[in-house]
Structure formats: structure tokens, C-alpha cells
Design a protein around this ligand. Structure first.
Ligand SMILES: C[S@@+](CC[C@H](N)C(=O)[O-])C[C@H]1O[C@@H](n2cnc3c(N)ncnc32)[C@H](O)[C@@H]1O
Length: 250
């Protein structure tokens, strides 16, 4: 059995990314944000997905009539996104310091990827970049996890059969209880009749409480928080540890 420790999920292991996300209902996520954009946004169609990965959300937004583009820091993810959405533009940039040529109506960031802005300074720069990239009535939507409600023992795990191998993916948050750093811990196991390979990935991320997050956003945006449910729109109850955040440019 070979075991490797790395942060290779978005580079060397990028071809396994869509398998890892096979259970995610991307359509429901995109539809929910489209509804929020109808409610809080300006009806415009210029959209950018931050940390777009292999482009599943960009695909849905284009299919609904948006002029969508994607931004990611890892070229292998963007190469897969371009295969999925040949008509879209994808740019290699860091979401903590991005710029756009023309102002946008909607900026999204899915799957907790905003936490890749690791540390408050980078998160603030990401928020400022999104604010600067939006039209006056544009909106910025993302999902987030509250650091004080992270359960270090909770892992999501699932298996998929692919290419004569069984892949088992596992992921969970780790927060040490203080400070502004948390980690996403992932493992990928690939087993066939002869071999088992295991990769362990650990990704540094920003840890925030929702009070801290609102305080970082409020100078730039009017902030609305919703329960983390892409099927129903329910205002955040003030207690849940996951939320959908809708930011209307001030
Ligand atoms: C969990 S994946 C999410 C991909 C996609 N949004 C989805 O929902 O499937 C996180 C993505 O964030 C990208 N990423 C990490 N740090 C980033 C940064 N500083 N700027 C832009 N993208 C980043 C990774 O390359 C990866 O594609």
C-alpha cells in the first residue's frame, strides 16, 4: 500500500475531483443562488465564479442565460473547466487579489472555497476585490462555516467505482479552538484487485466566526444570511454552523 501526504487534489489529483464531488447537487446550488440573485440582485447576467474548480456551477449559469466566467488558482482545474464550458472564459488568478475588465452583476464562491483566503488579511482582500469587481447594485454570494461549531471528529465519506478501481473519499474540517486558521483534511483511497493507494491532503484555510465574518463584510456590503439549505430559502436562525451568505454591494 502506498500512502502520500500532499496538497495535490487540485493539481496532480485534479482528474479525481469530479469523482469526489459526484454526490453534490450542483444544479440545486446554482438554482438557489439564481433565485437569490433575482431577489437581491439587479437582473444583470455578468457572472464570475471564484475558485470555480472544474466549472460545474459555471455550466449551470451559462445554461440559464448568464455570461459566466470562472477564476481559479490552479491551472489543471481550469483546464477541466474549459472542457466542460468551452464557451466560457477562465482566468488563472488568486481570489484574494483579483481584478476584472468589466464590472459584474453576480460573483459566487461555492463549496466553502472562500475559506481558501487563509487568514483575515487575505479574506479582507478577497472581500475588497469582490466589492471592486461588482457593479453598484451587484451581489456576492458564498457559503461559509462558523469556526466555533466545527466538529473535528466529523468526516464526510463516500465511495465510487470507476475505471476498475474503488475510490473512497473522505473530508472534514479541523479547528484547534483558537485563532484564524482552520484546515480541510481530505483523503483519497484508490483500490483495485492488486494495489491500494492513499493520498492525504491538508489545506490551510481561514477560520471565522459568523460575527467576525459579518464585521469584515459590513463596511462593503449589506449582508443577508440564510440557512445552508439549497432547496429552501430560510433565514439563518443565528445558531447553525453553516450558512449561505448574500452580500449586496453598498
Ligand atoms: C473545493 S474546490 C471547489 C471547486 C468548485 N467551486 C466546486 O464547487 O466544485 C476549491 C477550489 O478553490 C481553488 N482555490 C484554492 N485557493 C484559491 C485561491 N486563493 N484563489 C482562487 N482559487 C483558489 C482550488 O484550486 C479549487 O479548485
Amino acid at each position: 500500500m502506498a500512502t502520500t501526504t500532499s496538497t495535490a487534489l487540485y493539481t496532480d489529483l485534479s482528474s479525481y475531483y469530479d469523482l469526489m464531488c459526484a454526490d453534490i447537487n450542483y444544479q440545486a446550488q446554482a438554482e438557489c443562488i439564481r433565485r437569490l440573485h433575482q431577489l437581491f440582485g439587479n437582473k444583470g447576467t455578468r457572472h464570475l465564479d471564484l475558485a470555480c474548480g472544474t466549472g460545474p456551477h459555471v455550466r449551470h449559469f451559462i445554461d440559464k442565460g448568464f455570461q459566466s466566467s470562472g477564476l481559479d488558482i490552479n491551472q489543471p482545474m481550469l483546464d477541466l473547466a474549459k472542457l466542460r464550458c468551452p464557451e466560457a472564459e477562465f482566468v488563472l488568478q488568486n481570489m484574494c487579489e483579483f481584478k476584472v475588465d468589466q464590472p459584474l452583476d453576480l460573483i459566487t464562491c461555492f463549496l466553502y472555497s472562500i475559506h481558501y483566503s487563509d487568514g483575515f488579511a487575505n479574506l479582507t482582500r478577497c472581500i475588497e476585490s469582490a466589492h471592486a469587481a461588482l457593479k453598484d447594485d451587484g451581489i456576492f454570494c458564498f457559503n461559509a462555516v462558523e469556526k466555533n461549531l466545527i466538529n473535528n471528529d466529523s468526516f464526510v465519506r463516500h465511495s465510487v467505482d470507476h475505471d476498475n478501481s474503488r475510490f473512497t473519499f473522505s473530508s472534514g474540517w479541523f479547528y484547534q479552538g483558537e485563532g484564524e486558521k482552520q484546515a480541510l483534511k481530505l483523503s483519497i483511497e484508490k483500490a483495485d484487485t492488486l494495489n491500494t493507494e492513499i493520498w492525504h491532503d491538508e489545506h490551510p484555510m481561514v477560520a471565522v466566526s459568523f460575527i467576525e465574518l459579518q464585521a469584515l463584510l459590513e463596511p462593503y456590503f449589506e449582508v443577508h444570511m440564510f440557512e445552508h439549505d439549497y432547496e429552501k430559502l430560510i433565514p439563518w436562525n443565528g445558531e447553525s454552523g453553516n450558512a449561505i451568505v448574500v452580500c449586496v454591494k453598498k
